[in-house]
Design a protein around this ligand. Sequence first.
Ligand SMILES: *Cc1c(COP(=O)(O)O)cnc(C)c1O
Length: 412
Amino acid sequence: MNTPVKPRHAPMKQFPIVDGELQIGGKPVSQLAEELGQTPFYAYDHSVIDAQIDKLRAALPASIQLHYAIKANPMPALVRHMAQRLDGLDVASGGELAVALATGVSPHEISFAGPAKREPELEAAVRAGVLLNVESFREVELLAKLSQRLGLPARMAVRVNPDFELKSSGMKMGGGPKPFGVDAEEVPRLLARIGELGLAFEGFHLFAGSQNLRAEAIIEAQQLSYALALRLAEHAPEPVRTLNLGGGFGIPYFPGDTPLDLSPIAANLAQLVERASGELPQTELVIELGRYLVGEAGVYVCRVIDRKFSRGQTFLVCDGGLHHHLAASGNFGQLIRKNYPVIIGNKAEPAETEVASVVGPLCTPLDILADRMELAVAEPGDLVVVYQSGAYGFTASPRGFLGHPQAVEILL
Ligand SMILES: *Cc1c(COP(=O)(O)O)cnc(C)c1O
């Protein structure tokens, strides 16, 4: 039986290969495995994150506030690192709020979005003094009650479900019927209510979608978001001080993906900054990014336990898989399964390759890390490296499923 090889990825260049072995944070992967005393693990390289932040800062207008959306990777050490380098942290739960506050960053630099905020979460946010992106009429009423009870004004922005979509996005988070935010057409009524209640209104938050590699689509969404916010600002009880235009900047995961072209996006943002200086003079423009900042800086590493040959196909069966890295298995928002970039990390410049599939230890056919890829010929003990794993990996995976040992995480 023949095994057609899947399309190839563009080579990953963020980590060096020294003496045939991939290095993360200046250390060979096999040394990392030894020092950690186990596989599987996630390793994140802060220098790759910093290079990405530097690239963004160099491209974007200086007045654009750059926020990190913690849900992409909430590892506390990594969030601390981000807090020191960016202008704000965006959280989406009480748990993430605690992680953000623990960095010691000023509560003024934290904002909290997310549907179904429970009363204790809202209370924690008001007590801390972070900006709440309200997503419903219920939240506004609750915040009025909490503000009064605590004697603290709740700082709030309105998360708007826009009347447009972010085109060609991996995950659409706005436009049409959505549980996120308040429909744009309802926002004037909500703003009137915020005014009546005398709450501390600060601005708007729009987030149209995620994982977009097309600059034109992102530019269009930013322009439409700005125009919508400008219209809604006429109904606001107070001047708009913050306008979060969302993000959606994607990274290349799959064969044929090309990296996002930042320069037209930066040029568009410069125009919006210019317009805002006349039309919304008290407003800071914010963009919030998750995977774009951290996704490429992380790898997931697991070890080959067994090597099997079944009816014409070679399988490398590993100690890691779907339970640690749902996204790489293709089960986190992919419609058609495609391979993440995968290599054998300790044989990164192989003399000999073969077509093999990398699977995990779970008793389900969904547990695939690489489907029929050209890889170095690997043996038990070798290390499989999944690139582009710095976001939506560890905490976005069903880690209790089947009771295998947990992965560990390290920031280098
Ligand atoms: C998930 C999310 C983000 C981050 O998305 P990325 O694709 O990781 O950049 C930003 N803002 C909001 C509101 C989100 O829900």
